[in-house]
Write a protein that binds this ligand. Structure first.
Ligand code: EPZ
Length: 418
């Protein structure tokens, strides 16, 4: 198991370039199965989840060429569903994105119950409900479900909860469905919009992406072509929290500030000194910031993936901040580690914690429970005086590419040991 060792308590200074969004790259790569032409994807983040998905696609027989760092050609020809690597599929949530493309391409697919990390049970009842509405027969088993449909038929699907991958799954399933599909109460994330824009550029007919109602008019087939992954807004937001919490000078480049409007507004309210350009954010040491409440919400609200990094920031702000995690039922337990480091944390219930700051943190041996809480532990380690050891950093490397190098480049004393 690999570990990060951090000597914290120093001011950092420099520039960090943001990589491509993991949560778009994984979806676009899965969508390559909707055509047998070659897809060329650029700005693919070299993170574990993407590597796993590429392994699964190549186990199916997709010809994958890495033409440059972060650039891949995928040619999905002569595929064999029986070669699907089920063990790998069960390992992480993003593999659920293969369900719809495999079903559409092979008319029948057995899919294991989704894997996932510690942020709570990851049901797929909304996926099953939606696919059944499009005429898919679903046999639910203990360890896997069986999906089959000769031809999907357009219908109206009402999501009783907003689901990002649920939205993307039904959107992909509807591309070739006969007739029109209306999806109500869909996710509006930039990654959903980017996926729809790419599919439309290849002949799909998807309207309303980015709003709460999406309409998909079925087509016979689509082509494949060039697609550039959008900047990772969660990575950018994590560095924003890191810079403010460590009172550092940081220029965050190659990002899309328009995907961070709410977090940027919040840090301005806290008194942060930041300058926002069209593809960068400049952060300067801002004295003692004032605490504000955080309530996570589906995009364009304050997204749940930024909750943990911003909670660490609140331990350094003056006053009380109520953190209310509304999306996942157990995405606050990492705050135990913050308390152990000296933060003032009061768990009101599994979805609300009260943070009182500023509190000085001291280095401890901790671990990264999930991807974003793991990044929060790194930020806490950079804030804390002394040495912090973080175990189980695979979780962090699932979503942050060459993090150690990027942090060392701005002066952080961090190293990775096996
Ligand atoms: C996506 O997960 C992201 N992952 C997550 O990012 C992100 O935290 C999440 O959306 C919310 O924004 C990817 O895109 C690969 P959901 P997803 O379905 O789609 C419940 C990261 O850090 N639900 O929007 O799996 C579910 O339990 C990851 O990069 C059902 O009840 O999340 C949750 O409470 C972590 N039934 C809520 O909806 C379903 O059928 C939102 O989940 C599906 C979901």
């Amino acid at each position: 198991m690999s570990t990060f060792i951090i000597q914290g308590g120093f001011q950092l200074k420099g520039e960090i370039a943001v990589g491509g969004a993991k949560n778009m790259a994984t979806k676009v790569l899965a969508a390559s199965l909707l055509s047998d032409e070659t897809m060329h994807v650029s700005r693919v983040p070299e993170v574990e989840d993407v590597k796993r998905l590429l392994e699964i696609l190549s186990s199916l027989g997709v010809e994958i060429k890495r033409t440059a760092p972060g650039e891949y050609d995928l040619t999905p020809k002569n595929l064999d569903i029986d070669r699907l690597d089920y063990e790998l599929v069960g390992k992480f949530r993003a593999s659920i994105l293969l369900l719809a493309p495999l079903l559409v391409r092979f008319k029948k697919v057995r899919f294991p119950q989704p894997g996932g990390c510690t942020i709570g049970k990851r049901p797929i009842d909304l996926f099953i409900h939606g696919l059944r509405a499009l005429g898919v027969s679903v046999k639910e088993g203990d360890t896997y479900n069986e999906f089959s449909a000769k031809q999907l038929v357009g219908n109206r699907v009402i999501f009783t909860k907003v689901s990002v991958t649920g939205t993307e799954t039904l959107m992909l399933a509807a591309v070739f469905a006969r007739g029109t599909t209306t999806l109500v109460n869909v996710a509006q994330e930039p990654e959903v919009v980017a996926l729809a824009e790419y599919l439309n550029s290849q002949g799909a007919r998807i309207e309303g992406a980015g709003s709460s109602i999406m309409t998909v008019i079925g087509v016979e087939k689509i082509k494949a072509g060039n697609v550039r992954v959008i900047p990772d807004r969660i990575e950018a937001g994590s560095y924003l929290a890191l810079a403010l919490a460590t009172k550092s000078y940081l220029k965050i480049t190659d990002c899309e500030p328009n995907h961070l409007l709410v977090p940027l507004e919040m840090v301005k309210k806290m008194g942060a000194t930041i300058k926002v350009g069209n593809d960068h954010i400049e952060v300067k040491p801002s004295g003692t910031l004032s605490a504000i409440d955080i309530k996570t919400h589906e995009y364009p609200g304050f997204v749940t993936d930024m909750q943990a990094p911003f909670t660490v920031l609140m331990t350094q702000a003056k006053g009380q901040s109520l953190i209310h995690e509304t999306v996942f039922e157990s995405r606050l337990f990492y705050t135990d580690f913050l308390a152990r480091m000296g933060a003032q944390v009061l768990m009101c219930d599994p979805q609300r914690v009260l943070i009182t700051g500023p509190a000085s943190l001291s280095g401890k041996r901790i671990e990264s429970p999930d991807l974003r809480a793991g990044m929060a532990m790194v930020i806490a380690g950079l804030v804390a005086a002394g040495e912090t050891t973080i175990d189980n950093i695979y979780q962090i490397e699932r979503g942050y590419s060459n993090l150690v190098q990027k942090l060392q480049d701005i002066g952080a004393a961090i190293k990775r040991i096996e």
